[in-house]
Design a protein. Sequence first.
Length: 447
Amino acid sequence: MGCTQGKCCLPRPPGRGSGGGRGRGGATLGRAEVPGAGLLLEYATLDVAGLYPDSPGRESQDAHLVATRFAGDPDLHLFAVFDGHGAAGTACAGFARDALPRLLAAAAGAGSLAADPAAAFRESMLGANAEMHAAAGVDDFMSGTTAVAALVAGGALHVANVGDSRAVAGVWRAGRVVAEDLSWDQTPFRADERARVKACGARVMSVEQVEGMRDPESEGWVPDEGDPPRVWARDGLYPGTAFTRSLGDLAAEAVGVIAEPEVKSVEITPAHLFFVVASDGVFEFLSSQEVVDMVAMYQDPRDACSAIAAESYKLWLEHENRTDDITIIIVHIRDSEISGPAGSDKVDYGSIGASIAAHTVQSEIPVFVPPEASQLNRCAATEMQSSSSGSPTERSLSCVAPSPMHPLLIHGRISDASKPMRSEQAASQVQPWHQVDGGTELEQPMQ
């Protein structure tokens, strides 16, 4: 299939530099050392406002955060995405982006983050939620935000989540890169979450059920088909949330929509190649495995950001006449040393080289350029040729231009190739603690 927008999948302009910072359709690139674990993180971020034909110039309600050397600790690095919703969604996402790292840094200073990361995340997210309720400048009665945060802490990765944004790792297993979910979407599709909100007095129905068009007792909802199950109060047509946890959403708290995160911790092993943190603008129509497959095809995480955004736009416009806001953070995990100790149990990724090369379909990397609201006319773009050996993805990804030379896959995290392929790809020095907001890097040490 071709791209639905002629501008969503354009070849990289000739002569464009590959240095650090902004590039490749607006994606930014950075690096951070994890000296205690001997790791190097190379990360890219991309924010794209949704396409709403009836609201041209609409502001994105997503926000994201990158905090390297978090709380002054060279082994702590925080990556987070916030997806706002409701009339004050932008304000809610921005408030959470600022409050969460401040509260989490206080926990780090008190020693509780190191002692019990899960408890520190819970206290920080619940604290951010309480502060949002009390903030005079944020009306969160019927607005709020998701929050998914991934903290690299030495050789461990801790992920906390409320809502339906998602974090997923790409892990080498059984001869291929597989998706390992680091968070679980908290929606009424989940039986446990559905039972929990019902116990708090909620009704769980789709809009069609509320309007009497379907049996109100039926629970036969199918993901990606029709309106999803939503959380409703017994006495009214509110709040109608398609998620069961969030920050903000004061009205929804009465029917069980809570701000307590689920937290997952994993040890970073040589098999962990990268992780992705993204809003549901990505995961609405792409599975975790499809996203991981796309990331694995690129040497540069900025190119993967561009390809994922382009594919997400295409799929949104195939299903609806709009797209959601899209925010993506991709973090490659590499060894910071050229070679590991003798006899180390590093993974040999050589066998994947031929597999990835088999799926190379075009010579140029697509750069994502979001279309204008006035350009909803659909047009064909480069068709993706299918490989005779079959693709590991679940559907044809028409905006993917894989590279057969991904350094993490072919060489593992041990050789010269495990370092950036070109020194100019990233900043020459490790960046200090900073926040990234809307693609703009701001030197902002924590107080």
